[in-house]
Design a protein around this ligand. Structure first.
Ligand SMILES: Cc1cc2nc3c(=O)[nH]c(=O)nc-3n(C[C@H](O)[C@H](O)[C@H](O)COP(=O)(O)O)c2cc1C
Length: 201
């Protein structure tokens, strides 16, 4: 980015936060709880995402502490339901049961669809994704790591029902949140200039 003095300091802070956000995998979290005020700030940021037709399709359920036990049981059950018997592995079933204890907070990323028949589903997905990114950025600025998990058990209809989402409403996975146990990983991206063409004047 060119170094013009006219760029406000606030814009630099926003860009720096965006660049510094990293996905932290579930094996790299401290067990320390996340302050409720921090979670509320993230959830308020989510609520300010852009939304076509003001449908505000995001629906979140926050799991922490002992509430994670039932969540892990649901992930495991969904793994079993969504896996053909010949592919079922007990080790993978047990991983679903135990993974919830590795990260202090799990936020279900729900999406309501059909509230406004003029808005196609992809736009609701886009709005929820923008809400998730808002949460991730506020989390980063609070020193918290996050990770959007989207494997089969965390999206399965059985898990969706557990967080109150009946079809056609959907679950787009879970956002894990917690303090990283390691230093922030290096980010990696190709040059943005290779993905942009300009047609000016
Ligand atoms: C919608 C969505 C779903 C994702 N699901 C997974 C997942 O299930 N497993 C995984 O390893 N990473 C998942 N990721 C995270 C990406 O791996 C991660 O963003 C990417 O490696 C870039 O790393 P960074 O976020 O630290 O820049 C997901 C990201 C998005 C946007």
């Amino acid at each position: 980015m060119s170094d013009f003095l006219s760029i406000p300091a606030e814009a630099r802070v926003v860009l720096e936060t965006i660049r510094a956000r990293r996905s932290i995998q579930q094996i790299y979290y401290l067990p320390d709880p996340v302050p409720q005020e921090y979670l509320e700030m993230m959830l308020e940021a989510a609520n300010w995402a852009p939304t076509h037709g003001q449908t505000e399709p995001w629906r979140f359920t926050v799991f922490a502490g002992e509430a994670r036990r039932a969540l892990g049981e649901k992930f495991a059950e969904s793994y079993r339901l969504g896996t053909p018997p010949e592919a079922f592995e007990i080790a993978k079933y047990e991983q679903q049961l135990s993974r919830v204890w590795k990260v202090p907070v799990w936020i279900a990323l729900g999406m309501q669809v059909g509230t406004n028949p003029k808005i196609p589903e992809w736009e609701e997905v886009a709005a929820v994704a923008a809400a998730v990114q808002n949460m991730q950025l506020v989390a980063r600025s609070l020193g918290l790591g996050t990770f959007w998990a989207s494997g089969m058990p965390v999206r399965h209809e059985n898990t969706a029902r557990f967080v109150g989402l009946e079809p056609p409403h959907k679950l787009l996975g879970f956002l894990m949140v917690g303090y990283p146990a390691t230093s922030w990983p290096e980010g990696k991206r190709g040059d943005w200039r290779e993905k942009v063409s300009w047609r000016l004047g």
